[in-house]
Design a protein around this ligand. Structure first.
Ligand code: PMP
Length: 413
């Protein structure tokens, strides 16, 4: 008690409010990716670390036109609160986008959000109690694991290979956890052009994964921001297209248009949609009317499919530059060769530790994301994620050459 009768807080020196935080705040830790952004954004560093889309490839004038038309023709709507579920015209466009992946759905079941990141949060808020288990690929998207951790759930990884999640490993993990009395709430999966692993779940495995989840009454959370960014063959049809009642699908305009709009969505099974809308309304009242309308206007007027093709061309060239440079400068390592998306997963010899090696890499003016960021259980030291989405092919080659200096230096070659 202080002299004026106010209870003394059991804080620490840096944060006097420390003792007042909810238990869940213990799970709020700055991701390794975030800490890296500060370093990697220095212009002399070739950053193969972040996943920033190459927005300079966008037709700026068409976006400006969409913006101006929105204000001229729908200003009062754009500046007003909207429906908690999202603007109907945009939800119609979203159905069109999802139809490219084999999904047929009703606008009633689409809920727009502030990026798919927020949809992840709504789903987690709706389903996760402390101690619940979320199954996820090994490795998995760092931002999703952060959300699950913030609701005090545990992520348990399931092994994957070049064809994505391994069905037998999924079966065994479920049986093992059930044997321990653990409550599994959902399987979080990134079936296409995985972040960070760069692999795609094969068409043959898709029905099998769904069958295992259905038999075990486990909901599937399908996160698919990269699905339309394929280099050759399109990705197999979405999991959601095969099981509308057992899958919540998350989509985003961040990679096919621009992340600055912060527009994403969830397509929920009909039974879940009402609760999801309530979760959204309680968090934000309504998503940004302005952003949704500009995106909707752009999709109405622009050749957005052609624009996605242009992105595919840009990313394909960069991916080829990265794979070629790895072959030339770092033949002693192994890596995935993705058919789409933004990422290559590199496996290092056991004697190398990607986290410990990072300061040396930054001194050599190249940045990557250590593999440990993508595991909830401390694994990943002998791996790293390289992203090819943002730097030019020449910068990528330079970055890989610098990385080779680092790796060879560590190996004492
Ligand atoms: N899921 C995955 C797999 C991602 O890589 C990202 C972005 N890096 C997101 C979700 C979130 O994207 P956004 O909120 O921009 O839609």
């Amino acid at each position: 008690m202080t002299s004026d009768g106010v209870p003394q807080r059991a804080g620490n020196n840096l944060d006097p409010w420390y003792a007042n935080y909810a238990d869940r705040a213990a799970g709020f830790a700055a991701s390794e990716v975030r800490a890296l952004f500060a370093v990697a954004s220095r212009p002399e560093v070739v950053s193969l670390a972040g996943g920033m889309p190459y927005v300079s490839a966008l037709p700026q004038e068409l976006i400006t036109a969409a913006f101006e038309r929105t204000m001229r023709e729908q200003g009062p709507v754009a500046l007003q609160y909207g429906s908690g579920q999202g603007i109907p015209a945009l939800r119609e466009h979203i159905l069109e986008v999802m139809s490219l992946e084999g999904i047929r759905a009703s606008v009633d079941n689409v809920v727009t959000s502030t990026g798919s990141q927020q949809a992840l949060d709504f789903v987690a808020k709706l389903f996760l109690d402390p101690g619940d288990v979320v199954l996820a690929e090994a490795p998995s998207y760092v931002g999703a694991m952060g959300v699950f951790r913030s609701y005090q759930a545990s992520v348990v990884h399931v092994a994957m290979d070049d064809e994505g999640l391994i069905p037998e490993a999924l079966r065994e993990t479920i049986a093992h956890l059930r044997g321990q009395g653990r409550r599994i709430k959902f399987l979080y999966t990134i079936p296409n052009f995985h972040n960070p692993a760069g692999v795609t779940l094969s068409a043959a495995r898709r029905p099998e994964i769904l069958e295992i989840c259905r038999a075990n009454e486990i909901l599937v959370l399908e996160d698919n921001p990269y699905g339309l960014l394929h280099f050759d063959e399109p990705a197999p049809d979405a999991l959601r297209s095969m099981d509308p009642e057992g899958v919540i699908y998350l989509g985003s305009f961040s990679k096919t248009l621009a992340p600055g709009f912060r527009v994403g969505w969830a397509l929920a099974p009909h039974a879940i949609r009402e609760k999801l809308i309530l979760a959204a309304e309680s968090a934000i009242l309504s998503p940004s009317s302005f952003s949704q309308l500009v995106v909707s206007e752009y999709l109405s007027q622009a050749d957005w499919r052609g624009q996605i093709d242009a992105f595919r061309g840009v990313y394909r060239e960069r991916k080829d530059a990265m794979i070629e440079a790895l072959g030339e400068y770092l033949p002693q390592l192994s890596w995935t060769n993705p058919n789409g998306g933004f990422y290559v997963w590199v496996t290092l010899p056991d004697v190398l530790d990607s986290k410990q090696m990072l300061p040396r890499a930054v001194r050599e003016l190249v940045a990557y994301t250590p593999g440990t960021a993508f595991f909830a259980d401390g694994r990943g030291r002998h791996a790293m994620r390289l992203s090819f989405c943002y730097p030019t092919p020449d910068a990528i080659r330079l970055g890989i050459r610098r990385l080779a200096t680092v790796v060879n230096g560590e190996l004492d070659l």
